[in-house]
Design a protein around this ligand. Structure first.
Ligand SMILES: [Zn+2]
Length: 408
């Protein structure tokens, strides 16, 4: 999961059909993906390719049809600038990433997408580790997100092997570039290998390996993206203490699908002290807990089998959620911006940003002395202000850097 500041949850019941969710498979996949051999699966690394090959061979064993742009692999290129004072991307070298995609063809018109990112922080050089001295340390990312990746592999096996007549096809995607800003999911949604209008909904699993057996807390984001979700999630749950968040925009890949008007859900077993640190290891994974999460997702999907394609609903942006922020800037962030900073897609009249002279197209790179590398940094910075506070906002406009006086 990308760095962010919120919470979420899920549930479970019995599994029908012959196929079963198998803890041994989950353990094997997480142990391999989060082993030191894969050096933290950094995007563009040699080990990313090794992980992608492992995922592709699992898809092949499950009998999935390749749906990448190179068999199961979906190669993409991107530029990422880590210098906040240069947002031009002109002198930034191009990097490569690989999504892995397999299709279960049930001869249906519409398709359910099941996804998870498999990339993590590698050796800590991309400035998103929370370790004090991250560089050269292997960030194994067992929970984030070998857990979700193993979930995709296991659900691919499950739905390939069960004997139930499915009324939908399945597209299984393991994304890369998530930790650098949802890059892989964004690239695929902009250049998809199936028709986006034929997607029923998208299920994302990001960090599902740390279920707390006492609290049984499961967070579920995106429940407002279709009116079907809340009653269905509640009806299906017999095990978890579920915490729901309605927003389609969240800290993981479901955001890219939501922005294409597709209903989404993101399952998450909660934040922990090993998050984005080299200590996120396989020994700490609750395998039986992850099995329960996957069984809940299977039950949920089975219930939608007899329903028509879900209706999409837009949700309020978390940036404007009044409960978490005492102030508002009055801007619409560009969630698809790939450079450093937060690009402004729109400015609300007579709100603080408007009064400070911020314009559409400006890139916020600093707020109140805090560097803003992305939307998440901005939200974090914003949460520290009260009404009436005065501060300086650093903005990049074309080739100019401006410091504007701002009053909340
Ligand atoms: Zn992460």
């Amino acid at each position: 999961m990308i760095k962010y500041i919120t919470t979420l949850i899920i549930a479970c019941t019995s599994v029908s059909g012959i196929a079963q969710i198998n803890v041994k498979h989950i353990k094997k996949d997480i142990s391999y993906l989060a082993s030191d051999k894969l050096k933290g699966r950094g995007t563009s690394s040699a080990e990313e390719k090794i992980a992608a090959t492992y995922i592709a061979s699992s898809f092949k064993k499950s009998g999935l049809v390749p749906k990448g742009n190179d068999s199961y692999l979906y190669n993409f290129v991107f530029k990422k600038n880590s210098n906040p004072h240069d947002t031009s991307l002109v002198n930034i070298p191009e990097r490569k990433g690989i999504n892995v995609i397999g299709f279960l063809d049930n001869s249906a018109v519409n398709t359910i997408v099941i996804g998870a990112h498999y990339d993590h922080l590698g050796l800590g050089y991309d400035h998103n580790s929370l370790d004090a001295n991250p560089e050269d340390k292997i960030h194994n990312g067992a929970d984030d997100n070998a857990s979700g990746t193993s979930g995709v592999l296991e659900l691919a096996k499950y739905f390939s092997e069960n004997n139930v007549k499915e009324n939908y096809n399945f597209l299984f995607i393991c994304f890369s570039g998530e930790e650098l800003g949802l890059l892989g999911s964004k690239k695929w949604c902009d250049n998809p290998t199936i028709d986006l209008t034929k997607i029923n909904y998208m299920i994302n699993m990001d960090m599902i390996g740390r279920l707390n057996d006492s609290t049984k807390k499961l967070l579920i984001y995106g429940v407002g993206t279709s009116p079907t979700w809340v009653p269905l999630l509640e009806k299906t749950n017999t095990y978890f203490s579920i915490k729901m968040d309605s927003s389609g925009i969240g800290p993981s890949d479901q955001t890219s699908f939501y922005l294409k008007d597709i209903p989404v859900l993101h399952f998450f077993t909660g934040q922990h002290s090993d998050y984005h640190k080299p200590t996120d290891d396989v020994e700490k994974i609750n395998l039986a807990g992850e099995k329960k999460v996957l069984e809940y997702i299977v039950d949920l999907i089975n219930q939608t089998n007899s329903l028509p394609k879900l209706t999409f609903a837009k949700t309020a942006s978390p940036v404007s959620t009044k409960s978490k922020y005492k102030v508002t800037l009055g801007v619409m962030p560009d969630y698809t911006f790939e450079g450093t900073g937060m690009r402004i897609d729109g400015v609300t009249d007579n709100k603080p940003a408007f009064k400070a002279g911020i314009k559409t197209g400006d890139i916020i790179i600093e707020l109140g002395g805090q560097k803003i590398n992305n939307v998440q940094d901005y939200m974090k910075a914003l949460s520290g202000f009260n009404k009436g506070d005065k501060t300086i906002v650093g903005v990049k406009r074309g080739n100019e850097n401006l410091s504007l006086a701002l009053e909340f």
